[in-house]
Design a protein around this ligand. Sequence first.
Ligand code: SF4
Ligand code: SF4
Length: 178
Amino acid sequence: MINALDSDLEREVEERSGEKPRLCYQCGKCSTGCLFNFAMDILPHQAMKLIQYGQKERLLSSHTIWICAACETCTARCPNDIDVARVIDALRAMALEEGVKPAEKRIPLFHACFLGNIQATGRISEPILMGSYKTLSGDLASDIGLAVEMLRKGKIKLIPSLVRDRRKVRHIFKESKR
Ligand code: SF4
Ligand code: SF4
């Protein structure tokens, strides 16, 4: 049975995502098509059901919300036109805002480094991104061989390419936080 608290979660997800998880009829097409379902603790169709049941804590502390790569395969496969990827994105944003300890510690850190890099230079620079991620994660040693190999083959540019008008990039970030 769905109580008042449960409908609060549904309402919040609906407001944030513009989607209606309550319309999900559990066909499972989203989950069978998900390329990362093997690594998830809650499958996408199960997440829809848990939203209906108001299982906020379980959802926000799940591995799934961080494992999801926002590839939108689930969204494309849903016969009910539910943007499942957008719903999961809303759960991720809620977890961040509510300070829930992420079940996958490194993924939010990678997201933060990625966005920090874009904000600073307007483009992704592999040495800056990997340098900041490796330093902040404390995992300096792994992947060194791969990095050297990529540098040797010219797959990584040491000098970052900058967007000319970086004020516009900063403005976009500022506006997105409103
Ligand atoms: S968007 Fe996320 S949940 Fe949907 S198919 Fe891609 S990885 Fe799976
Ligand atoms: S594909 Fe759509 S209707 Fe089917 S289980 Fe997933 S969200 Fe629900």
